[in-house]
Design a protein around this ligand. Structure first.
Ligand code: DHB
Ligand code: FE
Length: 454
């Protein structure tokens, strides 16, 4: 199912959505850089050299050189970002807007003085208003398009006898995986201590998981975790943040970055999920610049070991559980359902796992630090399997009293559980693996693998 884009038939209008943003990322970032006087001076002194510093497409660079705002928008630019370039050239917003209409500056100003452009005939493509018809194009854009058309024609000719691609279908949620993410587990991996008596029983509990994962490697993991004052400081605190970048570096949490591979994202699927989930009325923060901490990298080691490269792509999904108010279990559970609908409406037959990380019981602060409640944790696992909708009703205060202040991380598991088919009336998932161990550092480690059925 295609995304809901009811705005595609508004004439002479480009809505800046997640797809446009992905396309225009570096073009817009380049424009933002012009907010610094030094950068403006360097750009003016040597445009080509400055543009070469930004990993834009050649077409985007050509559009900037031509100062063709319609062309820049076509390649992903957004007017508020592009206006920094206009400002650098000394243009007003009226001059910039007018330049996209095919009118002269005086004609546009006069139209505005007469009360502006009428929406009559300009609501839908094909009506008879004055904003219908071809977009104003610079000579440079026309020349570029002529050349691109010729290149495309040559390619089409070449591809004529190529075999047809099969495998149509939709993405599918194949399983959900749950795991604690204690940083000391990462340190044990990084320092070769996994076989020491303290750690061996813990890593033994994940042996079967690694084997299962080898046989069931997904194309993409949608990894729900929390950022621990790493990427997000108190300057910005998003409740739900989706990583839409092409890659994510392991963060330096103060000990130096962990020696693990960088995480490769799936910008296209992530943008699709962002748009779909926001259209289902969840407010996601879209993050294109994200360093991932132990919350994400430790479960990767537990499930994949320590390969040279991670064997699949990852979409990081960060949930605020650091500063209250944090989202309720109920909301997390409903969000998981929305994420499943988003994933399964993606037109490519990808196998997607959804992971919930963090927990189980632990308290890292104050005189009550060290709290562990194994009975409560195991009941949580039981209910997560058999009664997730009931479990989702549990208020925060119960997590805090029973599982410690940092046990609140467990609400994130409800996002992954909400994405299983049984929640939407399908078959119950199969429990592939269950493991519980105390302690890892200050924490009770819990782990589940649930295989999804359509
Ligand atoms: C510990 C556990 C966590 O989940 C975390 O984020 C940091 C520390 C711990 O047990 O030490
Ligand atoms: Fe944590």
């Amino acid at each position: 199912m295609a995304l809901d884009k009811p705005y595609l038939d508004v004439p002479g209008t480009t809505i800046f959505d997640a797809d446009q943003s992905r396309k225009g990322y570096w073009l817009n970032q380049f424009c933002m850089s012009l907010m610094k006087a030094d950068n403006r001076a360097r750009f003016k002194a040597d445009e080509d050299a400055y543009l070469a510093e930004w990993p834009m497409s050649e077409e985007q660079r050509a559009a900037v050189r031509a100062r063709d705002l319609n062309w820049m928008m076509r390649t992903g630019g957004n007017i508020y970002f592009l206006s920094k370039l206009g400002a650098t050239d000394g243009l007003s917003f009226q001059q910039m807007a007018g330049s996209m209409t095919g009118m002269t500056e005086a004609q546009y100003r006069d139209m505005m003085l007469r009360g502006g452009r009428s929406p009559e005939g300009n609501r839908v493509v094909g009506e008879s208003g004055d904003a219908q018809g071809a977009m104003a194009q610079s000579a440079a854009w026309k020349a570029w398009e002529t050349q691109a058309r010729q290149e495309l024609a040559a390619k089409v000719q070449g591809a004529h006898d190529a075999p047809a691609r099969g495998g149509a279908g939709h993405a599918r949620v194949t399983a959900s995986v749950y795991s604690s993410h204690v940083p000391a587990i990462g340190a044990a991996v990084d320092h070769g201590k996994t076989q020491e008596p303290y750690w061996a029983p813990l890593f033994k509990g994940f042996e079967a998981s690694k084997q299962w994962m080898k046989e069931n490697t997904p194309d993409v993991v949608f990894l729900v975790y929390n950022d621990h004052a790493t990427n997000f400081d108190l300057g910005v605190i998003p409740t739900f943040a989706i990583g839409t970048a092409a890659e994510f570096e392991p963060a330096d949490e103060g000990y130096g970055p962990r020696p693990v591979p960088k995480v490769i994202g799936h910008p296209q699927l992530a943008s699709h999920i962002a748009q779909s989930v926001i259209q289902q009325d969840f407010d996601l923060t879209i993050v294109n610049d994200l360093r991932v901490d132990h919350g994400l990298t430790v479960p990767m080691n537990l499930m994949f070991g320590s390969p040279e490269q991670w064997p699949c792509k990852v979409i990081p999904f960060a949930v605020n559980v650091v500063q209250y108010p944090v989202p309720s279990g109920r909301r997390c559970f409903a969000l998981g359902q929305a994420i499943r609908r988003a994933i399964e409406s993606y037109d490519e037959p990808l196998k997607v796992q959804i992971w919930g990380t963090g927990g189980m019981s632990h308290q890292l602060q104050g005189p009550r630090a060290g709290l562990i409640n194994a009975a409560w944790d195991n009941q949580f696992l039981d209910r997560l399997i058999a009664d997730p909708a009931g479990l989702a009703q549990m208020p925060h205060i119960e997590y805090v009293r029973e599982a410690g202040s940092e046990g609140i991380e467990l609400v994130m598991w409800l996002i992954a559980r909400g994405a299983m088919a049984d929640v939407a009336g399908g078959q119950a998932p199969t429990v592939r693996h269950r493991f519980f161990h105390v302690p890892a550092s200050n924490t009770a480690v819990g782990h589940l693998i649930l295989e999804n059925h359509a």
